[in-house]
Design a binder for this molecule. Structure first.
Ligand code: CU
Length: 504
């Protein structure tokens, strides 16, 4: 950790920060007692062999003690809220039984995972109806990374995630396992899912009461489903796998004393080189793995992680063994394939706010394929955000089925921590971000803004990854089928469904 440059900047456009939104809900420090940070259990495989892993993932209802008093009704994966952490090992065949024990349909989307679409990928074309289960099988074929599983049943994705359907997925591989990173799960390697909620009468969530077409927010930080958490630090170095799991909120992270930390991985895996920061901003769905070194602290000290000025997690320092591990200047090689000659530059224009959101002047249509790319081809995608009026806002752009490279922002170098693989990128107002994108799985997939209310509201498109030698047709879901099912499951008429995006 010798002489690397330390970045002290959030990089994104300050006038576009969510704090300037008309409907911004400031975070507030909870006045409830501090609680031990919940560390999700590791989901136990039903069976594991040298070549195969078998899991059962259950979407279930539950009740969670979030605040003193009444428990909050929540949803989760193999847990009452959020879920157990799921580990995939590179090179293994994965078999997952997806079981829906919720009162309504949902889908299981593997954010950042390189799998075929549209069914295995788990977007809106892959509903699992209540009481039913289905099986997906795929080969895990990608580098070590922190990914996540979340519900994606358009246009109720935002409601389902708000209720708790999101959990961390860890991919492990040989290369990462050789690097000098902390990896004792729960002790010095922990997931940190950053979310915010608003609590109503009896400590309950009320999605419709807090609905905002530019993204629901709550004043209370909720970290791994814990309100006002602390974590007992027992090692000098701590690895945090941070996910912005909020529907809309950006997190501007920094520690007390402006403690320096080191980012070692972004969305799609380990960075080419470690990057030192004192401040780090994450937009929705982005991940950052960081290592915090507490060498300057002694037992009894406390180091706080903040977003803006609000405490998120208090790290209580205990006795730890001295750790002189240093990170190499170069961590991993990142693939950088050449652009395939004679291919077009794809254009994605994200525009509008509130109910007016769209991509390329269109709202999402499950039955329409908006773009195509040949499997194995390497092509540029130019992603623009035209919300440059009245301050504008940052749209976090996500593509299923790929880990891309960020080539440039308005022709300039991407941010210092954007030289690794990414599946989500925050696009500033008036900016065009050029991506280098390639796919190795076939299917129909979604690309969209990851502010979940924008996604549900239509700021989403679809593309097909095709093989000209083996053309395929896909049976695509339609809005009416999903709305009819939701209405039946909720026991109301279709017109009475309270799903804001359904009229898009
Ligand atoms: Cu957006």
């Amino acid at each position: 950790m010798a002489d690397r440059k330390v970045y002290t900047d959030y990089f994104f456009d300050e006038p576009a920060f969510n704090t300037h939104d008309g409907g911004y809900v400031p975070l507030k420090e909870p006045d409830t007692p501090q609680e031990k940070l919940k560390i999700p259990a590791l989901l136990k495989p039903d069976k594991e062999t040298d070549t195969d892993m078998y899991y059962t993932v259950i979407a279930q209802t539950g009740e969670t003690q979030l605040l003193p008093g009444a428990k909050t009704k929540t949803w989760g994966y193999n847990a009452s809220i959020l879920g157990q952490t799921i580990v995939f090992k590179d090179g293994k065949n994965i078999h997952i039984t997806l079981k829906n024990e919720l009162p309504e349909l949902t889908t299981f989307h593997w954010h950042g995972l390189n799998v075929p679409g549209p069914i295995t990928d788990g977007g809106c074309h892959a509903p699992v109806y209540p009481g039913e289960s289905t099986q997906i099988n795929f080969k895990c074929n990608q580098v070590a990374a922190t990914l996540w599983l979340h519900a994606h049943p358009c246009p109720a994705t935002a409601q389902h995630v708000w209720k708790g359907l999101a959990t961390t997925v860890i991919v492990q591989d040989q290369t990462e396992s050789q690097l000098p990173f902390p990896r004792n799960y729960g002790v010095n390697d922990i997931p940190l899912v950053l979310q915010d909620r608003n609590f109503h009468e009896n400590n309950q969530l009320d999605y419709m009461a807090d609905y905002d077409p530019d993204g629901i927010q709550g004043p209370t930080p909720m970290i791994n489903g814990t309100i006002n958490p602390y974590f007992d630090v027992t090692t000098q170095r701590l690895r945090l796998r941070i996910l912005d799991g909020a529907n809309r909120r950006e997190w501007r992270l920094h520690f007390s004393d402006d403690l320096k930390f080191t980012q070692i991985a972004s969305d799609g895996g380990v960075l080419p080189e470690p990057i030192d920061f004192t401040h780090l901003m994450l937009t929705c769905a982005e991940r950052a793995e960081i290592i915090v070194d507490f060498r300057g602290y002694k037992p009894g000290d406390e180091v706080t992680l903040y977003s803006d000025d609000v405490p998120l997690v208090r790290f209580r320092i205990h006795q730890f063994a001295k750790d002189d591990t240093t990170l190499p200047d170069h961590l991993v090689d990142i693939p950088d394939p050449d652009i395939t000659p004679n291919t077009k530059i794809h254009q994605v224009v994200m525009a509008g706010m509130d109910e007016e959101v769209e991509i390329n002047s269109k709202k999402f249509d499950m039955q329409r394929i908006d773009d195509k790319q040949k499997v194995g081809s390497v092509e540029y995608w130019d992603v623009s955000n035209t919300n440059d009026k009245t301050g504008g806002m940052i749209h976090p752009y996500h593509m299923h089925a790929t880990q891309f490279r960020i080539v440039s922002r308005n022709g300039h170098e991407p941010y210092p921590n954007e030289h690794g693989l990414k599946d989500t990128v925050g696009v500033n107002p008036g900016e065009t971000v050029r991506l280098k994108v390639w796919f190795d799985k076939l299917g129909v997939f979604m690309n969209h803004c990851h502010i979940l209310e924008h996604e549900d509201g239509g700021m989403m498109a679809q593309f097909e990854v095709y093989d000209p030698d083996h053309p395929k047709t896909y049976k695509l879901m339609d809005m009416d089928t999903l709305m009819t099912a939701f209405a039946k499951e909720r026991g109301v008429k279709k017109e009475e469904l309270n799903i804001p995006g359904m009229h898009m």
